[in-house]
Write a protein that binds this ligand. Structure first.
Ligand SMILES: Nc1nc2c(c(=O)[nH]1)N[C@H]1C(S)=C(S)[C@@H](COP(=O)(O)OP(=O)(O)OC[C@H]3O[C@@H](n4cnc5c(=O)[nH]c(N)nc54)[C@H](O)[C@@H]3O)O[C@H]1N2
Ligand SMILES: Nc1nc2c(c(=O)[nH]1)N[C@H]1C(S)=C(S)[C@@H](COP(=O)(O)OP(=O)(O)OC[C@H]3O[C@@H](n4cnc5c(=O)[nH]c(N)nc54)[C@H](O)[C@@H]3O)O[C@H]1N2
Ligand SMILES: [Mo]
Length: 887
């Protein structure tokens, strides 16, 4: 059996695919006329080719693991040195078949990977030695000096210390930090290394899509991660109105997705309305109208839109009657425990407060006229694409926002119609993870085998969250947002037990994956104390990152540019990439999986448990088992053809196979992109079958319909017990929300923590030229700046109820008063004397709240701003690296 066949047997379900293509065929048969293809200006790439001599262009995969884009990058390499960056020129550019051009971060890869923060050697903190107790000198973490050590010594020390900790305290003394291991291609993992020793505690929850996940699962039978919600990018061209609700694709999907909106607007003349407290760069490029809305108050705005629709009888009553439950008294679900319905709630039947535009305006800040106009346009322009980013779901009541967003979307009836959509999680892309339907081209699996975690495991938690089935009898570990507080306090909150706590005594923090929890989880003000409390900290990274800085041993890892072949994790819908070696492994770096095998050898774990495999073989396997959709959309075929000569040439094991393109061509080009055209057989119209015949095509909810009134959601939240929700969508003032800001002088501003163009979370945030061009300053309205005497470039202390950070201010005219905006991901740098984070990491001031289904309320934070009176601070691009220097 070839690798392709093996993967094919396990990785996609043919039946779903056939159903999806049937829907696609139905759409295609509508006879949509393909529009003329306009060609963008070509780049200066060809000229660059001429200018450069003595080297070669090599395609590579962006080093960012969690960016929503996956763009085509290439480097001109002379004698192992990158001398020029380039992007996709593998084919002519057109709207239907666009080049996958990279963003400024990808183009800064050379500076990033060979900059001063890059780790070169295994390092040990000078005053740490194994054995625990006094030997740890834990209070020096983050302040100590570093010593270069050899790999043998590093592996010995790690193995010795891990074994001691397990034997002395048991496996629950280990905490594996991070999210999932994308780099190893193994799905969710606590720690591959600790699992070999019998397992560890891990962290769990929702780091990305906030309250969308469980709510979406319960009310519409679908887990929302963008991937399954958004329409095909071709369908977007049929929208007459596009509403971007908290969506800034020019920054969050910078590589190419913003282009889809530009094309959609140009092709169909779609009008674009932005709902956001910030008139962001995408708004500046796309917007016809901006409806400002205070953070976390979207629910009030949505209720007023519903009110306008109901009072004008604009709702799609047919869709509501046939496909939804709970809208009105005549369509209540059988399991409802109250007889409240949405329509009467909105009209004020239950509390005497009609949700009028005037009522909402006082909360959300948009004028009643703007709300009326938005409601009318959303209700009467058809088809409409209503797309929400995740940010409003990353608020305290992100779950309630999710309910209201879908409900109002469904009221407009834009489900299962070409050009219409009600899509959540769109911050993760439209053409990328975003498009509904099946992946058109996908890389396969590396085929590594990792031991399971017997103590607790993220897969169980992830599966349970996705299914809305957390089980209090299961051990899931520490909720993300309180993970560091829990280490400090020795207890963590359990789901389904009335916030009952379980004790933990963590002695070892371990990070062998490509995530940066010390930087990225809320409740970051507990990080230092947590790290200093334990006996041993190990971090694997290519940078001297926030967590690496607090470790006892750091192991330097190779980036994917240093792999012989690197098959990109998480590729887009129509496009896969494969990089070749651009750089030799940086100094003494090793790939994560090589480190895993070194420790497996040390622990004496046999090939039967952990079969060894070279990085090259693993990456090759992903390519060999890649598949691509057949032209008529009815099936898949292997992407690459492989001959015995190829196997010999690459020095890998495998079986020759037929395929769409010779593997050598694929590797040389570095990419494969499915050619698309409007109305092609690959176009999928999400929700069409359900809309046409909901009885025959029920969704996976209790009633089989979309549940505006959702009893199971309410029951589930009551059972988890972290925070509340109602069965009916209802706006409620949030903890640390606008209503509190209004009445509490101590913290008058609402802080929004966005995904900034200069960085992909913590990655790239240390690149000087990106910092200079795209300074991540705290944005404040000109009105508030003027009122409080702040000018551009002034340093301020930003304080929440948790802690303080320092940043420069940038007053702008295009932001709501009362709101401040700061890009997340800056590397924490706590000033030991004052405790203020002068690195400006937003998660130093987000709080460790365990809410909802353990999602993190990153965007419900109230802060004060005061002029900085401490020592003089330098802007990021002038700061020196604090990485240890060792030659
Ligand atoms: N450059 C870059 N791109 C990225 C990433 C990155 O780190 N850097 N990360 C990727 C990942 S993993 C993800 S999950 C996505 C995230 O994608 P998103 O969650 O969509 O991105 P954000 O920038 O957090 O928020 C988008 C907009 O929401 C607005 N907003 C915030 N809170 C509210 C609110 O309560 N109501 C309203 N109406 N608007 C609000 C903000 O002002 C901002 O303009 O981005 C992906 N793309
Ligand atoms: N306040 C606030 N916080 C947020 C968000 C927000 O909107 N606001 N957004 C949240 C979201 S949406 C997400 S998805 C999370 C993302 O959070 P994370 O995924 O934790 O963030 P990254 O910064 O991508 O972490 C990547 C780390 O891995 C390292 N690394 C990269 N490649 C490799 C490799 O091959 N091997 C190893 N060992 N290390 C590698 C990088 O140097 C970096 O330290 O952040 C969340 N945090
Ligand atoms: Mo995310």
């Amino acid at each position: 059996m070839s690798l392709f066949d093996a993967v094919r047997a396990s990785s996609f379900d043919r039946r779903t695919f056939v159903a999806a293509t049937a829907a696609a065929a139905a759409v295609a048969s509508l006879g949509l006329a393909g529009c003329e293809n306009k060609v963008r200006e070509t780049t200066k790439e060809e000229k660059q080719e001429i200018d450069l001599e003595g080297g070669a262009w090599v395609p590579f995969n962006c080093v960012s693991t969690t960016c929503a884009s996956r763009c085509y990058n290439r480097a001109y390499v002379v004698d192992g040195v990158i001398v020029r960056h380039g992007t996709d020129n593998t084919h002519e550019d057109s709207e239907d078949y666009p080049q996958q051009r990279c963003c400024p971060r990808g183009r800064s890869t050379r500076s990033f990977l060979t900059g001063p923060d890059r780790l070169k050697y295994p390092m040990k903190r000078k005053h740490w030695s194994p054995g625990g107790g006094e030997n740890s000198q834990g209070e020096l973490r983050g302040k100590d000096e570093w010593e270069r050590i050899g790999w043998d010594e590093a592996i010995d020390l790690i193995a010795q210390e891990l074994t001691r900790i397990r034997d002395t305290y048991g496996n629950r003394a280990f905490l594996a930090m991070g999210l999932m291991d994308t780099r190893l291609g193994a799905g969710f993992l606590g720690s591959s290394v600790l699992n070999m020793l019998g397992g560890c505690l891990t962290t769990w929850g929702q780091a990305s899509v906030g309250g969308f996940s469980v709510t979406s699962q319960m009310i519409r039978g679908h887990w929302s991660l963008g991937a399954s919600d958004a329409q095909d990018r071709m369908a977007l061209r049929h929208a007459q109105l596009i509403v971007l609700w908290a969506l800034n694709p020019a920054w969050s999907i910078a590589g190419s997705d913003i282009y889809n909106f530009i094309v959609a607007k140009r092709k169909a003349g779609a009008k674009v309305i932005i709902v956001d407290p910030y008139f962001h760069p995408s708004a500046q490029a796309l917007a016809d109208e901006w409806v400002p809305c205070r953070p976390g108050t979207d629910g009030a705005l949505l209720e007023a839109i519903a009110y306008e629709m109901i009072t004008h009888d604009w709702q799609d009553q047919d869709f509501l009657d046939r496909c939804c439950v709970g809208f009105d008294a005549d369509h209540m679900p059988a399991d409802a425990k109250t007889d409240e319905n949405f329509k009467d709630y909105i009209l004020g039947a239950y509390d005497g407060t009609p949700r009028s535009p005037e009522w909402a305006s006082a909360i959300c800040g948009a004028s009643p006229e703007a709300i009326r106009s938005l409601a009318e346009q959303m209700a009467t322009t058809k088809p409409m694409a209503l797309k929400a980013g995740q940010a409003p779901a990353r608020t305290y009541y992100g779950n309630r926002f999710a309910q209201l967003f879908f409900t109002v979307g469904w009221m407009t009836g834009n489900v299962g119609v070409l050009g219409g959509e009600v899509a959540a999680g769109a911050g993760l892309g439209t053409s990328h993870f975003g498009a509904s339907g099946k992946g058109m081209v996908k890389l396969g699996s590396a085929g590594y085998a990792f031991p399971q975690n017997p103590v607790c495991s993220e897969p169980r938690a992830a599966g349970a969250i996705a299914a809305g089935k957390l089980d209090p009898e299961q051990e899931y570990g520490l909720p993300y947002s309180e993970c560091y507080e829990a280490v400090v306090k020795g207890e963590y909150t359990l789901p389904g037990r009335n916030k009952e706590k379980r004790s933990c005594d963590i002695k070892c923090l371990y990070r062998d994956n490509a995530h940066s929890p010390a930087n990225q989880f809320s409740g970051g003000n507990f990080v230092e104390e947590a790290y200093r409390k334990v006996e041993f900290v190990l971090v694997q990274d290519f940078m001297f990152s926030t967590d690496a800085r607090l470790a006892d041993i750091v192991l330097p890892v190779t980036s994917t540019l240093e792999y012989d072949i690197s098959a990109a994790p998480m590729c887009p819908h129509e496009f896969v990439m494969v990089g070749s070696k651009v750089l030799e492994p940086y100094y003494e770096s090793k790939a994560d999986v090589e480190i895993f095998f070194l420790l497996a050898d040390k622990f004496g774990v046999g090939e039967d448990v952990v079969p060894r495999k070279s990085v090259k073989q693993g990456e090759f396997n992903k390519v060999a088992s890649a598949f691509v959709v057949t032209e008529d959309g009815s099936d898949y075929e292997p992407l690459v053809a492989i001959t015995q000569e190829d196997l010999d040439r690459y020095g890998v094991e495998g079986v020759p196979q037929e395929g769409r393109v010779p593997i050598q061509d694929f590797l040389a080009k570095g990419a494969y992109q499915v050619e698309r055209s409007d109305g092609d057989a690959l176009m999928n119209c999400f929700g069409k079958a359900f809309r046409d015949d909901p009885a025959a095509n029920p969704v996976a909810t209790a009633s089989g319909k979309y549940e505006i009134y959702c009893q199971s959601l309410k029951d589930y939240y009551d059972f988890i017990g972290f925070s509340d929700i109602d069965a009916l969508p209802k706006y409620k003032p949030a903890f640390d929300g606008y209503e509190q800001a209004k009445s509490d002088d101590a913290y008058p501003y609402q802080l929004v923590t966005i995904h900034h163009i200069r960085q992909a979370h913590s990655v790239f945030s240390n690149v000087k030229q990106l910092n200079e061009v795209f300074a991540n300053d705290i944005l404040i309205s000109e009105y508030d700046a003027g009122r409080t005497g702040l000018s551009k470039g002034d340093w301020v202390k930003v304080t929440s109820s948790a802690a303080s950070i320092a940043r420069r201010v940038n007053p702008i005219p295009n932001l709501m008063p009362g709101v401040v905006v700061l890009g997340q991901g800056n590397w924490r740098r706590t000033d030991e004397a004052t405790g203020v984070d002068v690195g400006g990491n937003v998660n130093t001031i987000t709080r460790p709240l365990v809410i909802g289904d353990a999602y993190q309320p990153f965007n419900s934070v109230l802060v004060s701003l005061e002029p900085w009176t401490g020592d003089e601070l330098k802007p990021d691009y002038l700061r020196e690296s604090v990485a240890p220097v060792s030659e």
